[in-house]
Design a protein around this ligand. Sequence first.
Ligand code: FAD
Length: 465
Amino acid sequence: DPVPFSGITVLVVGLGIAGLTAALECSRRGHKVIGFEKKKDTNQLGDVIGLSGNSMRILSQWNQGSLAELVDEDIICAVEALELHDTAGTIRAAMPYHPESPAQGYLFRRTGLLTKLYELAIRAGIDLRFGVNVMRYWEDADNAGVYIGEKRIVGDCVIAADGFYSAGRTAITNEDPVQQPIGAVMYRAIFDAQEIAHVPEAAWLLKKAPKADILPSFYGKDVMVMMGTAAKGRYVHWACTIRGEVQQASEAWMQPASVEPVLDCVRNWPAASKLNAVLSRTPPGACFNHTMLAMPPLRTWVSDKGRMVVIGDAAHPFLPYAGQGANQAIEDAASVAICLERAGRGMYLWLCGCLRSSGAYFYSFAKSFSSFRLTGSDTYSWLRHKRVSLIQEGSVEAKDSFLKANWDSDDEAGSPSAYLHQSWVYNHDCVQHVVEEFQIAADAIRHGRKYIPTNVPVDGKYRQE
Ligand code: FAD
């Protein structure tokens, strides 16, 4: 339903999961949104991405608590169990999989999810502009915006959601932290299941189709292969992490890659023939790889004048072991929209107050903008920075448990750890949290008091046994 205009125009740069969700969340709260994306459409690379309870809770609010519209059969993986194998294909651990469980969550085809978010945004009447590469930002005391070529686009604030290689990050935060390679590369692919439909050795992967999907993973020395289906067997996807030096890895997030290094890694595994039957059918152009890079938390996500913020991977890229990349991006998007709403309302009330007592008008008008700054972007950052930074560091801390997992060694320590799935992460209700804490954090900032975040464990440590 249409909501009254909040008076705030938000420019969103980058329409990945963070940017599209920010556009939708801002629009739901009455802000006018213009979104910019450098790609020509939502059809991007990416295989499967997980959304746990903390983000699904946010998305369910778009449809009065129902996930029915989002959890579309064509874009999710209907996985019923997780099975972890050794290199012989023997199951070494298994657990039932319930997507509605907040800890496990739904698995989406990334492009399918992006398309769904795009459709929702178009239906909401949001102005989305594709094929626009935003490299320059500006702000003054009253406005902020971007340059498209030489054209200056004006908004009240800018949300940069332009991903790992963000141009907005340095422009907004003045920080450019070194991205550290963790010594591994990941290969990924997704393609139509028709490619393996007539291959007898690959039939095992389609054993649940067309009723359900499977997602087995295989752990060998320095190599992990996860393979599965999506949309009840309509798509095949796989991901392979290779520890140590791999020639074709580059610094780029994503690039087309050959499957050969993956085939080489599993060639001597006893289960090689069943894995190769799938890997070798990956169509040309469907495989891509990226070096796995860790980045330390930024000191701030907010610009000097407080009218620009970075969110999602642009602000805090995670290693995949936290399973929180998209989840925290969605939490960011919802939180920033609420903070702007609260700041906007404060600004409006302040202005009304001023208009009634006209003597103080100019003083209060000026103050209202500092109120926008204090209560909007900075409060957003205060509310979320500690939580997200802990998860960011936790994803790095956990890397060895996954990279060194190797069941062939028969060593208990060789099992991948699931400790990253922490209840304070996936059970969090970020909308309720921001609504409850906004004023407390804003007052703390305004009065120079310390704000103690309540969305992290009390001991401030990631791991809660
Ligand atoms: P991103 O998903 O990186 O989105 C950033 C968006 O900003 C992109 O659409 C990008 O084109 C756009 N952009 C960048 N620079 C500019 C610019 N200058 N001007 C305008 N727009 C710009 N995670 C998984 O778990 N599984 C996957 O299979 C997977 N595949 C991925 C594939 C790709 C191509 C990318 C970029 C990311 C992928 N990820 C994947 C990561 C995952 O999507 C993110 O960790 C998470 O969703 C947070 O998303 P984000 O919106 O912050 O960043």
